[in-house]
Design a protein around this ligand. Sequence first.
Ligand code: ADP
Length: 403
Amino acid sequence: MPTSSPLILVINSGSSSLKFAIYPVGERQPLASGLAERLGQSDASIRIDVDGTKNKNPLTPTNHQGAVDALMAFLKERGWFERVAAVGHRVVNGGERFTESCIVTDDAMIEEIGTCPFAPLHNPAHAIGMRAAVHAFPALKQVAVFDTAFHQTMKPEAYLYALPRKYYRDLGVRRYGAHGTSHRYVSGETIRLLGLDPNDSGVVVCHLGNGSSATAVLNGKCVDTSMGLTPLEGLVMGTRTGDVDYGALAYIAKKTGLDVDGLEKMANRESGLLGLSELSNDCRTLTEAAQAGNHQAEETLDVFVFRLCRYIGALTAALPRLDAVAFTGGIGENSAYIRAKTLKRLSALGLDLDEEANATIFGGKSGIVSRSRKPVAIVVPTDEERVIAEDTARLAGLLPAKA
Ligand code: ADP
């Protein structure tokens, strides 16, 4: 790679952390990446992974600006600072306003992103990261890449809740989905790797991690997804319920005295794999426990798989034809156990597990895991940072615009 090639800085700013990666334009692998964490606390630190080594240092000031300043110092020390040509920011929710990645034009736009009411834990933190980056790189284009943008092609039939319409009209209550950058990348890679027709293909993408969602993608566009107004709807997750009868929550509230905040906390943080297993939110830990004979762990994973299969079936109904099911995310990419249990339940859709191939695919590999070819099941490792870097490079005019 030419040492003068421009660089893209990708920032994922959370409330107490800031992840980053530095990509040469058009490259698949970052030159460096890292994480500043415990921001806002006295022991805030920054870890930078570069040249196969990880360097961790304390931060001052112990906030987002401190993290971006430390990043800037690192870029200068490496002689890369002048090469940084644009900064890309991950944004969890763009509401209905942002339907694709776009250049951050001014502070009013950062304010609008920061006050999006549907991601109160994430969007304000993105705005803080954006302001710190504008301060550090005032001359550079800043680009926002929205997790919800890919789902904005859903029609009202898919995104409206059957609530009184005034709540959509007045409050914007509808399904926005999440993980869209991952679904977009993985569906595109699935089409490319399998040689499907981009204008005539039906794919269901299962992003299975600590947070999990599944999306139906018709001709490269999202037509339905499992997450809703917030990332609580849909599949069983590490600590989130996924779908649950509201009546069950109301009953629990009446019986226990839990208020709305208490219910929200329980449904987001104490449920899912953790709540049901009473053991762990971590799929690997539960798999090991299940294999060692822990019945509750096995039953929990069965619930996870059953819900996933129900969704794959439902999402297939949003497509004229199912060509492929793609697995991604920490569980989808690594757990042969979950993929096998899932595919064995999906014979009604024509899917047929290839046990041997399935057992060999983990740790960042992609590959086909079914004997069936129509539809086919495939593992595709996700790479959200790379998508953000590419969108940023395109919007900054460093790569040709996509047709
Ligand atoms: P996040 O949503 O936080 O980005 P990840 O995509 O990193 O999460 O996925 C984390 C999940 O992936 C955890 O439940 C973890 O146990 C699971 N996982 C990672 N490797 C394996 C494995 N080899 N087998 C089963 N589960 C795995």
